[in-house]
Design a protein around this ligand. Structure first.
Ligand code: CTP
Length: 398
Protein backbone atom coordinates (compact mmCIF):
# COMPACT_ATOMS: atom_id res chain seq x y z
CA UNK A 1 0.00 0.00 0.00
CA UNK A 2 1.18 3.57 -0.65
CA UNK A 3 0.75 5.71 2.41
CA UNK A 4 1.32 9.44 2.77
CA UNK A 5 2.45 10.39 6.25
CA UNK A 6 1.83 14.10 6.80
CA UNK A 7 3.62 15.65 9.75
CA UNK A 8 2.69 19.09 11.07
CA UNK A 9 4.84 21.26 13.30
CA UNK A 10 4.32 20.09 16.84
CA UNK A 11 6.54 18.56 19.48
CA UNK A 12 4.76 15.21 18.95
CA UNK A 13 6.45 15.03 15.52
CA UNK A 14 8.99 12.73 17.18
CA UNK A 15 6.24 10.13 17.65
CA UNK A 16 5.60 10.26 13.90
CA UNK A 17 9.10 8.80 13.48
CA UNK A 18 7.93 5.67 15.32
CA UNK A 19 4.70 5.64 13.32
CA UNK A 20 6.76 5.76 10.11
CA UNK A 21 8.81 2.77 11.28
CA UNK A 22 5.68 0.78 12.13
CA UNK A 23 4.13 1.44 8.73
CA UNK A 24 7.39 0.53 6.96
CA UNK A 25 7.82 -2.66 9.01
CA UNK A 26 4.26 -3.54 8.06
CA UNK A 27 5.40 -3.56 4.43
CA UNK A 28 4.01 -0.26 3.15
CA UNK A 29 5.68 2.38 0.97
CA UNK A 30 5.50 5.64 2.91
CA UNK A 31 6.01 9.13 1.48
CA UNK A 32 6.55 11.60 4.30
CA UNK A 33 5.20 15.11 3.69
CA UNK A 34 6.14 17.38 6.57
CA UNK A 35 5.20 21.02 6.91
CA UNK A 36 7.99 23.61 7.11
CA UNK A 37 7.38 23.88 10.85
CA UNK A 38 7.59 20.09 11.30
CA UNK A 39 11.20 20.21 10.08
CA UNK A 40 12.00 22.44 13.08
CA UNK A 41 11.25 19.42 15.25
CA UNK A 42 12.54 16.49 13.19
CA UNK A 43 14.86 17.12 10.26
CA UNK A 44 14.59 16.02 6.64
CA UNK A 45 17.43 13.40 6.84
CA UNK A 46 15.51 11.40 9.44
CA UNK A 47 12.39 11.24 7.26
CA UNK A 48 14.33 10.46 4.10
CA UNK A 49 16.48 7.79 5.71
CA UNK A 50 13.59 5.98 7.36
CA UNK A 51 11.17 6.22 4.43
CA UNK A 52 13.73 5.73 1.67
CA UNK A 53 11.85 8.39 -0.33
CA UNK A 54 12.54 12.06 -1.09
CA UNK A 55 10.99 14.58 1.26
CA UNK A 56 9.75 18.04 0.39
CA UNK A 57 7.46 20.54 2.04
CA UNK A 58 6.75 22.82 -0.92
CA UNK A 59 4.70 22.56 -4.08
CA UNK A 60 7.57 24.16 -6.02
CA UNK A 61 10.05 21.35 -5.33
CA UNK A 62 10.13 18.30 -7.63
CA UNK A 63 7.90 20.23 -10.06
CA UNK A 64 8.85 17.86 -12.90
CA UNK A 65 6.91 15.06 -11.21
CA UNK A 66 3.96 17.36 -10.36
CA UNK A 67 4.38 16.19 -6.80
CA UNK A 68 1.54 18.26 -5.34
CA UNK A 69 -0.93 16.29 -7.49
CA UNK A 70 0.78 12.93 -7.94
CA UNK A 71 1.43 12.19 -4.26
CA UNK A 72 -2.25 12.62 -3.36
CA UNK A 73 -3.52 10.78 -6.43
CA UNK A 74 -1.33 7.75 -5.88
CA UNK A 75 -1.99 7.42 -2.15
CA UNK A 76 -4.07 4.53 -0.78
CA UNK A 77 -4.14 6.20 2.63
CA UNK A 78 -3.16 9.56 4.10
CA UNK A 79 -2.31 9.89 7.78
CA UNK A 80 -1.39 13.19 9.40
CA UNK A 81 0.27 12.87 12.79
CA UNK A 82 0.52 15.16 14.59
CA UNK A 83 -2.15 17.43 13.08
CA UNK A 84 -1.74 20.84 14.70
CA UNK A 85 -4.50 23.45 15.18
CA UNK A 86 -3.00 25.35 12.26
CA UNK A 87 -3.02 22.31 9.97
CA UNK A 88 -6.65 21.52 10.90
CA UNK A 89 -7.59 25.14 10.11
CA UNK A 90 -5.86 25.12 6.75
CA UNK A 91 -7.33 21.74 5.82
CA UNK A 92 -10.84 22.85 6.85
CA UNK A 93 -10.45 26.03 4.78
CA UNK A 94 -9.37 23.99 1.75
CA UNK A 95 -6.06 25.82 1.45
CA UNK A 96 -3.16 24.48 -0.59
CA UNK A 97 -0.29 26.66 0.52
CA UNK A 98 2.17 23.82 1.06
CA UNK A 99 2.67 20.28 -0.21
CA UNK A 100 0.74 18.65 2.65
CA UNK A 101 -2.44 20.73 2.30
CA UNK A 102 -2.26 20.42 -1.51
CA UNK A 103 -2.00 16.64 -1.09
CA UNK A 104 -5.02 16.64 1.24
CA UNK A 105 -7.07 18.45 -1.43
CA UNK A 106 -6.11 15.98 -4.14
CA UNK A 107 -6.40 12.73 -2.16
CA UNK A 108 -9.55 10.66 -2.68
CA UNK A 109 -8.43 7.80 -0.43
CA UNK A 110 -9.22 7.47 3.30
CA UNK A 111 -7.65 10.27 5.37
CA UNK A 112 -6.92 10.08 9.08
CA UNK A 113 -5.86 13.10 11.10
CA UNK A 114 -4.38 12.61 14.57
CA UNK A 115 -4.44 15.98 16.32
CA UNK A 116 -2.05 16.98 19.08
CA UNK A 117 -1.92 20.41 20.70
CA UNK A 118 -2.44 22.17 23.99
CA UNK A 119 -5.82 21.65 25.63
CA UNK A 120 -6.80 25.32 25.20
CA UNK A 121 -6.16 25.12 21.45
CA UNK A 122 -8.06 21.81 21.10
CA UNK A 123 -11.06 23.19 22.97
CA UNK A 124 -11.09 26.58 21.21
CA UNK A 125 -14.32 27.06 19.22
CA UNK A 126 -12.29 27.64 16.04
CA UNK A 127 -10.64 24.22 16.33
CA UNK A 128 -13.90 22.55 17.39
CA UNK A 129 -15.61 23.97 14.27
CA UNK A 130 -12.73 22.95 12.03
CA UNK A 131 -12.83 19.37 13.33
CA UNK A 132 -16.63 19.27 12.82
CA UNK A 133 -16.20 20.52 9.25
CA UNK A 134 -13.53 17.96 8.44
CA UNK A 135 -15.52 15.08 9.95
CA UNK A 136 -18.63 16.16 8.02
CA UNK A 137 -16.56 15.84 4.86
CA UNK A 138 -15.69 12.26 5.69
CA UNK A 139 -12.21 12.88 7.06
CA UNK A 140 -11.43 10.75 10.11
CA UNK A 141 -10.20 12.80 13.03
CA UNK A 142 -8.95 10.93 16.09
CA UNK A 143 -9.61 12.44 19.49
CA UNK A 144 -6.39 13.32 21.28
CA UNK A 145 -5.61 11.50 24.49
CA UNK A 146 -5.75 13.10 27.94
CA UNK A 147 -2.46 13.20 29.74
CA UNK A 148 0.78 14.99 30.30
CA UNK A 149 1.46 17.71 27.72
CA UNK A 150 4.75 19.36 26.78
CA UNK A 151 4.92 21.53 29.89
CA UNK A 152 3.84 20.65 33.41
CA UNK A 153 0.16 20.84 32.42
CA UNK A 154 -2.15 17.91 31.67
CA UNK A 155 -5.42 17.58 29.73
CA UNK A 156 -6.74 16.42 26.36
CA UNK A 157 -4.26 17.17 23.58
CA UNK A 158 -1.72 14.35 23.56
CA UNK A 159 -1.07 12.40 20.40
CA UNK A 160 -2.29 8.77 20.71
CA UNK A 161 0.49 6.15 20.68
CA UNK A 162 1.89 5.29 17.22
CA UNK A 163 0.51 1.72 17.43
CA UNK A 164 -3.01 3.06 17.94
CA UNK A 165 -2.72 5.54 15.07
CA UNK A 166 -1.37 2.82 12.76
CA UNK A 167 -4.19 0.43 13.71
CA UNK A 168 -6.89 3.10 13.22
CA UNK A 169 -5.39 4.16 9.88
CA UNK A 170 -5.03 0.64 8.49
CA UNK A 171 -8.56 -0.24 9.64
CA UNK A 172 -9.88 2.57 7.40
CA UNK A 173 -8.41 0.95 4.33
CA UNK A 174 -9.60 -2.49 5.20
CA UNK A 175 -13.06 -0.94 5.45
CA UNK A 176 -13.76 -2.34 8.86
CA UNK A 177 -14.60 -0.62 12.04
CA UNK A 178 -12.84 -1.45 15.25
CA UNK A 179 -15.34 -4.21 15.94
CA UNK A 180 -12.86 -6.12 18.13
CA UNK A 181 -11.92 -3.06 20.21
CA UNK A 182 -11.57 -3.93 23.89
CA UNK A 183 -11.34 -7.67 23.13
CA UNK A 184 -8.36 -9.78 24.12
CA UNK A 185 -7.49 -12.52 21.71
CA UNK A 186 -4.86 -15.24 21.65
CA UNK A 187 -3.68 -16.76 18.39
CA UNK A 188 -1.27 -19.67 18.17
CA UNK A 189 0.77 -19.95 14.99
CA UNK A 190 3.56 -21.95 13.41
CA UNK A 191 4.59 -25.52 13.92
CA UNK A 192 5.94 -27.15 17.06
CA UNK A 193 9.30 -28.93 17.25
CA UNK A 194 9.60 -31.94 19.51
CA UNK A 195 13.24 -32.49 20.39
CA UNK A 196 14.88 -35.87 19.78
CA UNK A 197 18.33 -34.70 20.87
CA UNK A 198 20.02 -31.26 21.02
CA UNK A 199 20.19 -31.01 17.22
CA UNK A 200 17.20 -32.95 15.90
CA UNK A 201 13.47 -32.61 16.22
CA UNK A 202 10.14 -33.81 14.86
CA UNK A 203 8.52 -30.84 13.14
CA UNK A 204 6.08 -29.95 10.41
CA UNK A 205 5.75 -27.66 7.40
CA UNK A 206 3.66 -24.89 8.99
CA UNK A 207 5.18 -21.42 8.37
CA UNK A 208 2.79 -19.59 10.71
CA UNK A 209 1.60 -17.26 7.97
CA UNK A 210 -2.15 -17.83 8.49
CA UNK A 211 -1.78 -17.36 12.26
CA UNK A 212 0.21 -14.15 11.75
CA UNK A 213 -2.49 -12.81 9.43
CA UNK A 214 -5.14 -13.71 12.02
CA UNK A 215 -3.15 -11.69 14.56
CA UNK A 216 -2.74 -8.81 12.11
CA UNK A 217 -6.45 -8.76 11.25
CA UNK A 218 -7.50 -8.81 14.91
CA UNK A 219 -5.05 -6.02 15.71
CA UNK A 220 -6.36 -3.94 12.78
CA UNK A 221 -9.86 -4.40 14.16
CA UNK A 222 -8.83 -3.04 17.54
CA UNK A 223 -8.19 -6.20 19.58
CA UNK A 224 -5.36 -6.67 22.05
CA UNK A 225 -3.52 -9.59 20.52
CA UNK A 226 -1.13 -12.19 21.93
CA UNK A 227 0.54 -14.37 19.32
CA UNK A 228 2.00 -17.61 20.64
CA UNK A 229 4.48 -18.28 17.86
CA UNK A 230 6.05 -21.71 17.45
CA UNK A 231 9.24 -21.46 15.40
CA UNK A 232 7.97 -18.59 13.28
CA UNK A 233 10.54 -16.71 11.21
CA UNK A 234 8.16 -14.48 9.23
CA UNK A 235 7.84 -10.86 10.42
CA UNK A 236 5.16 -10.29 13.01
CA UNK A 237 2.87 -7.23 12.75
CA UNK A 238 3.78 -4.35 15.04
CA UNK A 239 1.54 -3.90 18.06
CA UNK A 240 1.04 -7.65 18.50
CA UNK A 241 2.46 -9.17 21.70
CA UNK A 242 4.56 -12.21 20.79
CA UNK A 243 5.42 -15.19 22.98
CA UNK A 244 7.96 -17.38 21.18
CA UNK A 245 7.87 -21.12 21.88
CA UNK A 246 9.37 -24.27 20.40
CA UNK A 247 7.73 -27.45 21.66
CA UNK A 248 4.09 -28.42 22.07
CA UNK A 249 4.53 -28.42 25.83
CA UNK A 250 5.80 -24.82 25.78
CA UNK A 251 2.97 -23.84 23.44
CA UNK A 252 0.44 -25.39 25.81
CA UNK A 253 1.82 -23.43 28.80
CA UNK A 254 1.92 -20.14 26.86
CA UNK A 255 -1.60 -20.56 25.44
CA UNK A 256 -3.08 -21.57 28.81
CA UNK A 257 -1.52 -18.62 30.54
CA UNK A 258 -2.59 -16.09 27.86
CA UNK A 259 -6.07 -17.66 27.61
CA UNK A 260 -6.87 -16.83 31.25
CA UNK A 261 -8.16 -13.39 30.34
CA UNK A 262 -8.86 -13.85 26.64
CA UNK A 263 -12.24 -13.50 24.94
CA UNK A 264 -11.14 -15.63 21.99
CA UNK A 265 -8.48 -18.31 21.50
CA UNK A 266 -7.64 -19.34 17.95
CA UNK A 267 -5.49 -22.46 17.65
CA UNK A 268 -3.93 -22.03 14.23
CA UNK A 269 -0.64 -23.68 15.22
CA UNK A 270 0.23 -27.11 13.88
CA UNK A 271 0.91 -28.97 17.11
CA UNK A 272 2.71 -32.32 16.96
CA UNK A 273 0.43 -35.19 17.91
CA UNK A 274 3.38 -37.23 19.19
CA UNK A 275 6.69 -36.43 20.82
CA UNK A 276 9.71 -38.55 21.70
CA UNK A 277 9.36 -40.14 25.14
CA UNK A 278 12.93 -39.15 25.93
CA UNK A 279 15.09 -36.31 24.69
CA UNK A 280 18.74 -37.34 24.56
CA UNK A 281 20.95 -34.80 26.33
CA UNK A 282 23.81 -35.44 23.90
CA UNK A 283 23.71 -35.86 20.14
CA UNK A 284 22.70 -39.41 19.18
CA UNK A 285 25.65 -40.97 17.33
CA UNK A 286 25.54 -43.39 14.47
CA UNK A 287 26.88 -46.77 15.72
CA UNK A 288 28.96 -48.52 13.05
CA UNK A 289 27.37 -51.83 12.13
CA UNK A 290 24.26 -51.19 14.25
CA UNK A 291 20.99 -50.05 12.65
CA UNK A 292 19.12 -46.82 13.60
CA UNK A 293 17.91 -46.43 17.18
CA UNK A 294 14.10 -46.49 17.19
CA UNK A 295 12.49 -43.35 18.58
CA UNK A 296 9.74 -44.17 21.03
CA UNK A 297 6.84 -41.71 20.82
CA UNK A 298 4.10 -40.69 23.20
CA UNK A 299 0.92 -38.73 22.44
CA UNK A 300 0.93 -35.01 23.28
CA UNK A 301 -1.87 -33.22 25.11
CA UNK A 302 -4.53 -31.88 22.73
CA UNK A 303 -4.47 -28.22 23.72
CA UNK A 304 -7.62 -27.35 21.78
CA UNK A 305 -9.62 -30.18 23.32
CA UNK A 306 -8.36 -29.17 26.75
CA UNK A 307 -9.49 -25.56 26.20
CA UNK A 308 -12.92 -26.78 25.12
CA UNK A 309 -13.24 -29.10 28.13
CA UNK A 310 -12.03 -26.66 30.76
CA UNK A 311 -12.32 -23.13 29.44
CA UNK A 312 -10.41 -20.84 31.80
CA UNK A 313 -12.98 -18.14 31.18
CA UNK A 314 -16.77 -17.99 30.95
CA UNK A 315 -18.06 -17.29 27.45
CA UNK A 316 -14.66 -17.70 25.83
CA UNK A 317 -14.84 -18.48 22.11
CA UNK A 318 -12.47 -21.26 21.04
CA UNK A 319 -11.57 -21.69 17.38
CA UNK A 320 -9.66 -24.66 15.98
CA UNK A 321 -8.06 -25.35 12.65
CA UNK A 322 -8.12 -28.58 10.70
CA UNK A 323 -5.46 -29.12 8.10
CA UNK A 324 -6.66 -32.02 5.96
CA UNK A 325 -5.42 -33.75 2.85
CA UNK A 326 -8.42 -36.06 2.40
CA UNK A 327 -7.96 -39.82 1.88
CA UNK A 328 -9.92 -42.96 1.08
CA UNK A 329 -11.92 -42.51 4.32
CA UNK A 330 -13.32 -39.17 3.16
CA UNK A 331 -12.63 -35.83 1.48
CA UNK A 332 -11.28 -32.72 3.19
CA UNK A 333 -14.70 -31.48 4.29
CA UNK A 334 -15.88 -34.88 5.55
CA UNK A 335 -12.79 -35.14 7.72
CA UNK A 336 -13.41 -31.55 8.81
CA UNK A 337 -17.02 -32.28 9.85
CA UNK A 338 -15.97 -35.29 11.91
CA UNK A 339 -13.22 -33.27 13.53
CA UNK A 340 -15.61 -30.38 14.32
CA UNK A 341 -17.92 -32.75 16.17
CA UNK A 342 -15.04 -34.57 17.88
CA UNK A 343 -13.17 -31.45 19.01
CA UNK A 344 -16.26 -29.47 20.12
CA UNK A 345 -14.68 -26.06 19.47
CA UNK A 346 -17.08 -23.19 18.78
CA UNK A 347 -15.70 -22.95 15.24
CA UNK A 348 -13.40 -25.14 13.18
CA UNK A 349 -11.60 -23.66 10.18
CA UNK A 350 -10.99 -26.41 7.65
CA UNK A 351 -8.41 -26.10 4.91
CA UNK A 352 -6.89 -28.45 2.40
CA UNK A 353 -3.15 -28.94 2.68
CA UNK A 354 -0.50 -30.86 0.83
CA UNK A 355 3.04 -30.40 -0.37
CA UNK A 356 1.91 -27.59 -2.71
CA UNK A 357 -1.18 -26.35 -0.87
CA UNK A 358 -1.62 -24.40 2.32
CA UNK A 359 1.90 -24.22 3.72
CA UNK A 360 3.86 -21.01 3.34
CA UNK A 361 1.83 -19.75 0.36
CA UNK A 362 0.07 -16.38 0.27
CA UNK A 363 -3.42 -17.67 -0.49
CA UNK A 364 -5.76 -19.95 1.34
CA UNK A 365 -9.22 -21.40 0.93
CA UNK A 366 -11.20 -22.41 3.99
CA UNK A 367 -14.60 -23.56 5.19
CA UNK A 368 -15.67 -22.54 8.68
CA UNK A 369 -17.80 -25.10 10.54
CA UNK A 370 -19.70 -24.80 13.81
CA UNK A 371 -19.49 -27.41 16.59
CA UNK A 372 -22.15 -29.52 14.90
CA UNK A 373 -20.16 -29.56 11.67
CA UNK A 374 -22.55 -27.20 9.86
CA UNK A 375 -21.04 -24.72 7.43
CA UNK A 376 -20.92 -21.15 8.76
CA UNK A 377 -18.75 -19.46 6.15
CA UNK A 378 -16.45 -20.04 3.22
CA UNK A 379 -13.54 -17.83 2.28
CA UNK A 380 -10.85 -17.79 -0.37
CA UNK A 381 -8.19 -15.20 -1.00
CA UNK A 382 -5.07 -13.89 0.65
CA UNK A 383 -4.41 -15.25 4.12
CA UNK A 384 -5.28 -11.76 5.46
CA UNK A 385 -8.67 -11.88 3.71
CA UNK A 386 -9.27 -15.35 5.08
CA UNK A 387 -8.29 -14.10 8.54
CA UNK A 388 -10.87 -11.33 8.34
CA UNK A 389 -13.51 -13.86 7.29
CA UNK A 390 -12.66 -15.95 10.37
CA UNK A 391 -13.06 -12.92 12.65
CA UNK A 392 -16.35 -12.09 10.89
CA UNK A 393 -17.52 -15.57 11.89
CA UNK A 394 -16.27 -15.16 15.48
CA UNK A 395 -17.99 -11.78 16.05
CA UNK A 396 -21.59 -13.02 16.43
CA UNK A 397 -20.41 -15.50 19.09
CA UNK A 398 -18.91 -12.79 21.30
N1 CTP B 1 -4.24 -29.23 18.30
C1 CTP B 1 -3.93 -28.97 19.60
N2 CTP B 1 -3.09 -29.80 20.29
C2 CTP B 1 -2.57 -30.90 19.72
C3 CTP B 1 -2.90 -31.19 18.37
C4 CTP B 1 -3.73 -30.34 17.69
O1 CTP B 1 -4.41 -27.98 20.15
N3 CTP B 1 -1.77 -31.66 20.42
C5 CTP B 1 -5.15 -28.32 17.59
C6 CTP B 1 -4.56 -27.61 16.40
O2 CTP B 1 -3.97 -26.38 16.79
C7 CTP B 1 -5.75 -27.38 15.51
C8 CTP B 1 -6.64 -28.56 15.82
O3 CTP B 1 -6.19 -29.08 17.07
O4 CTP B 1 -6.46 -26.21 15.88
C9 CTP B 1 -6.64 -29.65 14.81
O5 CTP B 1 -5.35 -30.11 14.56
P1 CTP B 1 -5.12 -31.32 13.60
O6 CTP B 1 -3.69 -31.69 13.62
O7 CTP B 1 -5.76 -31.04 12.27
O8 CTP B 1 -6.03 -32.42 14.30
P2 CTP B 1 -5.73 -33.67 15.14
O9 CTP B 1 -6.62 -33.65 16.32
O10 CTP B 1 -4.29 -33.82 15.38
O11 CTP B 1 -6.29 -34.81 14.18
P3 CTP B 1 -5.56 -35.66 13.05
O12 CTP B 1 -4.09 -35.47 13.21
O13 CTP B 1 -6.02 -37.02 13.36
O14 CTP B 1 -6.11 -35.15 11.76
Amino acid sequence: MRIVLGVAGGIAAYKAVLLLRLLREDGHAVRVVPTRAALEFVGRPTWEALSGEPVSTEVFEHVDEVAHVRIGQEADLVVVAPATADLLARAAAGMADDLLTATLLVARCPVLLAPAMHTEMWQHPATVDNVDTLRRRGIHVLDPVSGRLTGPDTGPGRLPEPEEIAAAALALVHGRTSDLAGRRVVVSAGGTREPIDPVRFIGNRSSGRQGIELARAAHERGAQVTLVAANVTLPVPPGVHVVAVESGEQLRDAVRSAAKDADVVVMAAAVADFRPVRTATAKIKKQPGVGPTPIELVETVDILAELVRRSPREGQVVVGFAAETGDEAGDVLEHGRRKAIRKGADLLVVNAVGADRGFGVEHNEVTVLDRAGAEVARAAGTKLEVAHAVWDAVLPLL
